[in-house]
Design a protein around this ligand. Sequence first.
Ligand code: TEU
Length: 550
Amino acid sequence: AAQAPWWTRAVVYQVYPRSFADSDGDGIGDLGGIRGRLDYLAELGVDALWLSPVYPSPQHDNGYDISDYQEIEPVFGDLAEFDLLLAEAHERGIKIVMDLVVNHTSDEHAWFRESRSSLTNPKRDWYWWRKPPADGGPPNGWASAFSGPAWTLDEQTGEYYLHLFAKQQPDLNWENPEVRLAVYSMMNWWLDRGVDGFRMDVINFIAKQVDLIDGPAPATGGGSPTGPQIHDYLQEMREAVFAGRTGEHLTVGEMPGVATGDAVLFTDPARGEVDMIFQFEHVRLDQGANKFDVLPRSLRALKKNLAHWQDGLAETGWNSLYLNNHDQPRLVSRFGNDTVWRYESATLWALVLHLHRGTPYIYQGEEIGMTNVRFDSIDDYRDLESLNHYREAVDEFDLDPGSVLAGVQTMSRDNARTPMQWDASAQAGFTTGTPWLPVNPNHTEINAAVDRAAERSVFRFYQRLIALRHESPVVALGEFTLLEPEHELLFAFTRHLGDETLLVVANASDSPLDSPLPVDVSGAELVLGNYPALGAGSGLGPWEARLYRL
Ligand code: TEU
């Protein structure tokens, strides 16, 4: 256990800079705002911050469209301000992990401007350009993740370029070694500056199945674009960027579509690719073919899927643990009850998730039980994914606007992107100006100031969980066993290491669960629970969760 990597004992906190804290009153969060809240984060006890992109960007996708990799977005600050943030975080023992978005750049990045300028430009081959096929249509049938085709015809040179995301996010051609070297050199520049690692955006997409682009049979939408070269690229990156370095770094690859077998390959320490990944299976269980088609939720399906990942990586590899982030609805609204049982269900999911094996990620506001927002009109949404989807569904597919809006209200990424709720004041203490996205009206009741003063504080519950992972090898490394897999309401499992066994029992429902616990707990120590006192009966109250040491 002593040789296990530091990140097995760590908890990462994700900051979405635009929505975290605004220090200059322009309505958009910034680096000064983050710096001003470092004491709050240190008090929570997190080990590292992952900053969603802070680089210059036209902001079509809130910074995931980068126009300069080695600068800071002026709205967020500058490099001097960044260095200050880094230094002050490090003083508090908090690492800073940058978002690395290198599957694509912004169409305003100098590389793409050059590349699109002529057929013979030296950077032409840095992106995926293809002549229109005989029928004039796009080179294959791939769809953009943000609606419409993944290819756009560029007037200037009469060729199509590939963009798996928005048309303002052209995909880099990793087949070209110059592209790879440019990315590694940029990563080294940030690490030399002192940053502690990278969260790698859709990193499994950098390698393409070239035969699906140039092959005889044009591919249709769906399926993974990932080519087998992905492992070579990641090993080459590790060699070029991390091999010579000492100290504690973190690499986490966001990888939509990977299964447990792939995950083992990506995270096997002996192969040297990434430390851990973000996989998507558990957050797709309640989504149809289109993510805005909301399916009924099943606790059984969710816990079986999480257990499948625990088992799949039990021997080799490592996973990240998350139930929400800047792309997902708020966990208490999605998996819990965000009205009458908000405290209980927020803490239940916190306990369940943090007691799994893997590195837990907390998304800003999760630690105070923030909920989804519900805008009445599509005009109030800002996220291009939601807006493109709505336009396509209503205008092209003629679907009923009311039901399309309902899907957006449930699944929109803007649910996670409303400003952080610091206090009950007019703009939730986020800004003195007009926020770029409205604050959730419930900030008068749900905010950090109220939560931390409350008897039952979500923040303090997270503090306990983080401290537990720091102190307790069984939490970090223990073997996971799911109990009662078929039970529709009870989430129960054990963790076991050496002579220590922990038991988690959680009633993920609005009704009391009166059946006896799956394991005899007489004589066991209650380590943590989300009810003020144990009830008289043997069962669990609504959304009650307990952690025992057996
Ligand atoms: O997301 C990749 C991804 O596959 C999805 O989560 C996607 O954003 C969408 O929600 C699918 O329904 C990453 C970033 O996390 C996201 O914010 C970016 O928009 C995207 O890549 C493009 O850079």
